[in-house]
Design a protein around this ligand. Structure first.
Ligand code: ZN
Length: 185
């Protein structure tokens, strides 16, 4: 009943492609669960698997009906999350946490740096990995920041619990999500 190419009508003349837009999915308990495409969110709402919690002022149109474009939906049934999800430690995730800035000088980051070098027993864990630019990475080499006379802007930490939801969005999250993400962290 919904066409493959979802379009949104704003005013009378402007149609927006929603291919890149997302909705936040909450568990029945309001715990943030995942991020889905707008089309998927509309299907969940129309099939009554989820309720609309927050919507934008835009309208999703199909041949049969019009519904407000969801920005936050809540599942009607509780979904058991079997284990504490961990934020995967990889380049993309570290760059997301560090804003793609070198944590020593603030320049655009290109590498990952182990604060305590791996060759000296440093672990590959969130608390020991930062984004770094190439010059800082080279300058530091096999030394600790103290030995190299370098200072971290802030000590690296495990990202906030729901930070992984936002990785790969390709843009800032919808402002309407923030209350739900903050409530859960
Ligand atoms: Zn740097």
């Amino acid at each position: 009943m919904y066409t493959q190419s979802g379009t949104v009508k704003r005013g009378r003349r402007h149609w927006y492609d929603l291919a890149m837009a997302h909705a936040l999915v909450l568990n029945a308990t309001y715990e943030p669960l995942s991020v889905v495409s707008i089309r998927r969110a509309v299907v969940l709402v129309v099939r009554d698997k989820a309720e609309l919690v927050e919507s934008s002022d835009r309208i999703w149109s199909s041949e049969r009906m019009q519904v407000p474009v969801p920005s936050v939906i809540r599942l009607r049934r509780y979904v058991r999350v079997p284990f504490q999800r961990r934020v995967p430690l990889n380049r993309r995730a570290v760059f997301a946490r560090d804003g793609s800035h070198c944590q020593y000088c603030g320049a655009a980051a290109e590498n990952l740096d182990h604060v305590m070098p791996r060759s000296r027993g440093g672990d590959h864990i969130w608390e020991n990995v930062v984004a770094a630019c190439r010059p800082c990475n080279t300058r530091k080499g096999d030394r600790t920041p103290e030995e190299a006379g370098m200072v971290l802007t802030m000590p690296p930490k495990v990202p906030r619990r729901h930070g992984w939801l936002l990785i790969g969005l390709g843009g800032p999250p919808d402002p309407s999500w923030m209350a739900y993400l903050a409530m859960a962290s």
